[in-house]
Design a protein around this ligand. Sequence first.
Ligand SMILES: Cc1cc2nc3c(=O)[nH]c(=O)nc-3n(C[C@H](O)[C@H](O)[C@H](O)COP(=O)(O)OP(=O)(O)OC[C@H]3O[C@@H](n4cnc5c(N)ncnc54)[C@H](O)[C@@H]3O)c2cc1C
Length: 319
Amino acid sequence: MAKILVVADIKQGELKSSTAELLSKARAIGAETAVVAVGSNMSSLTPDLVNAGSDTQYMADDPGLELFSAGPFASCVVDAAKQFNANLIWFGFSESGKAAAPRVAAQLEAACATEITDVVIDGEQIEIVRPAIANKVMQRVKVNTGQLVAVVRAGAFEAADGVTGTENIVTLSPPPSDLKAVIKELVSDASGEIDLADADIVISIGRGAKDQAGVDLVKELANDLNAGFGSSRAMVDGGFMAHNKQVGQTGKIVAPSLYMAIGISGAIQHLAGMNGSKVILAVNKDPEAPIFNVADYGIVGDLFEVVPILREEIKKVRS
Ligand SMILES: Cc1cc2nc3c(=O)[nH]c(=O)nc-3n(C[C@H](O)[C@H](O)[C@H](O)COP(=O)(O)OP(=O)(O)OC[C@H]3O[C@@H](n4cnc5c(N)ncnc54)[C@H](O)[C@@H]3O)c2cc1C
């Protein structure tokens, strides 16, 4: 039976949904499951880690681990992987996951794959699926080592209902401190805006929004829906949106329940960042815009007319 170790994705003391999604997938393929949690003051997280679907919880709980640092974080994951004898070590699609995964793979001398969307285990053989060439093709890759460290693409797996695990806590010793890099302080985004990676709804604007008035108009819709507010690269290059709002191949990859693309043509580089979204709604005045090829719902029209109507209708439904 395969053994899958999921690295808990913890942000500001909360367990992110990706941990339950990865554990659900691990259980669905019949693997033995464990989770490794790295941080400080985590005792209150134990029920969440169990309920997410883990049967063993490796806890590296130490004040020195409060701020993420890839070296010590990776050492804790390696320790858990060795103790659990894991065949697969899965990270969620977070900045910390992407930073630590290659270090863990190097220390374990395991294969490393990023952005996987599926995994097939056939006896000893592990095969993964991942997008390539800006999502134009899906690769099936056979892994020639017995052990694989993988970063799972956002939204690739779903958390199943009614999944739960069993409590079996293993305490890990704190890792030696990293002399190469010392994290002094974590500076959070001061804008108070919803992080695109965490948002259940993301609304992005493109060049069709034209100028600041267009940005402000669509931002009001995002505020109404408590949505993350993103952008195509055209609006970042135009100086209207910050780079951390860019969705796409060279921006963020998001997979919310609802993605609204407003005044965005649907270039392949933009699609690479959002086509894993569960439902896509596009607003574009050009009926031939490629975004409509991936949209579940499309509105052909001028966004300066459509967005106020959408806001009105949403208000009506809510009241
Ligand atoms: C190496 C590389 C990496 C890249 N990475 C990214 C990336 O990460 N993310 C990204 O987004 N792009 C990326 N790009 C750029 C990408 O190729 C496109 O140029 C960009 O996505 C286009 O942005 P857009 O859709 O906003 O603009 P456009 O392609 O100009 O489309 C604007 C759309 O708005 C519509 N429109 C105009 N006015 C209105 C209106 N009043 N109402 C409704 N609709 C209207 C038009 O019909 C059109 O479809 C990358 C390119 C390269 C070469």
